[in-house]
Design a protein around this ligand. Structure first.
Ligand code: SF4
Length: 321
């Protein structure tokens, strides 16, 4: 088997809390992703999705402790600490942050701001950096002459496209996108997702798309990993997860989330996820799961392969309940 382009192995994150103690926010993340592949990380707020991709970028705050590996083309980029991570950040692995479209400085042109990371990472200098910024704008569907405009002269959708262009400035192989369509209207949301899908295919990018809305993932990703309480509880092809979710949380998430086509009930799942600063017994979803039994409350379910490329952590698998 070829070496995956992106791989995380037993990735954990703990955050020191101001009141004392620690929150175990990410609890053993194992992901693999090939070039040109899209993977959706899906789940409710606080399930560990954003923590996971910030850990992959080495951008967690000092209060965080990280263990495990993040490999790009087989090389563990976390192994050398910040100094070891720096040559890889933005050039091998880049990120579109949540709210990135509102993060442009109002006093510099969009072209200058896209050129800035190229200069910082010595990918291009001077006029060559501006020339590449114009090419990148064209790549994301914006006329290159708009490089001379300021952020307030762009619509929200155009600013989000420009934020994606900026993330691609140093030709990364892996693109992480954190809720890239939040705050956009439905039509612009679909356009941005189509753009990410086109870039994935044309640039052979490995794309990790973080969203709370599972159906949105199918625009860009062939596979999805559903996260709950810091762990992936189900993963597999998006079509299979959509049509026959095998974990009760996946089913509940689907039923609850209003998707891009405005189907789904929009209702939230009753109850709340467990506190991450406490340990628990048994399945993390048991207090909210309509199918929980005594075993679920005492025994932690282990990952089970239910079909090729499809893994679920639930005692229901194989029990015929
Ligand atoms: Fe529900 Fe039990 Fe499966 Fe957990 S292990 S999701 S509580 S049925």
């Amino acid at each position: 088997m070829n070496t995956p382009l992106l791989e995380t192995r037993d990735l954990h994150v703990w955050f020191d809390l101001e009141r004392g103690g620690r929150a175990h926010a990410l609890r053993g993340l194992d992901l693999t992703l090939a070039a040109g592949e899209g993977l959706g990380l899906v789940g409710e707020s606080g399930c560990g999705k954003t923590t996971a991709i910030l850990a992959m970028m080495g951008l967690l705050p000092p209060s965080a402790t990280v263990s495990g590996e993040v490999r790009i083309a087989g090389q563990d980029i976390l192994a050398g600490g910040e100094a070891g991570m720096r040559p890889h950040r933005w050039t091998d692995i880049a990120m579109v942050f949540q709210g990135a479209m509102n993060a442009f400085s109002p006093v510099a042109t969009i072209g200058e701001q896209i050129a800035e990371p190229m200069r910082l990472h010595r990918v291009a200098e001077g006029k060559a950096a501006i020339r590449r910024a114009r090419e990148l704008l064209e790549l994301v569907g914006i006329h290159p002459d708009r490089a001379d405009r300021y952020p307030h002269q762009f619509s929200g959708g155009m600013r989000q496209r420009a934020a994606i262009a900026m993330a691609l400035a140093c030709r990364p192989k892996v693109l992480l996108a954190d809720e890239p369509t939040t705050a956009l209207d439905v039509i612009v949301q679909a356009q941005v997702l189509d753009l990410l899908d086109r870039l994935r295919r044309e640039l052979d990018l490995a794309v990790v798309l973080v969203t709370h809305d599972l159906p949105v993932v199918s625009y860009v990703c062939g596979r999805a990993a559903v996260m709950y309480a810091g762990r992936v509880v189900e993963s597999g092809p998006v079509d299979a997860l959509t049509s026959t979710p095998s974990h009760p949380y996946t089913g509940a998430l689907f039923a609850a989330a209003p998707d891009i086509d405005q189907t789904g009930t929009g209702a939230s799942i009753a109850g709340a996820p467990p506190r991450l600063d406490e340990e628990w017994c048994g399945c993390s979803f048991a207090p909210r799961c309509g199918r929980a039994d005594a075993r679920c409350r005492t025994e932690t379910p282990l990952p089970v392969t239910v079909a090729t490329g499809r893994i679920t952590e639930c005692h229901l698998i194989g029990e015929g309940r």
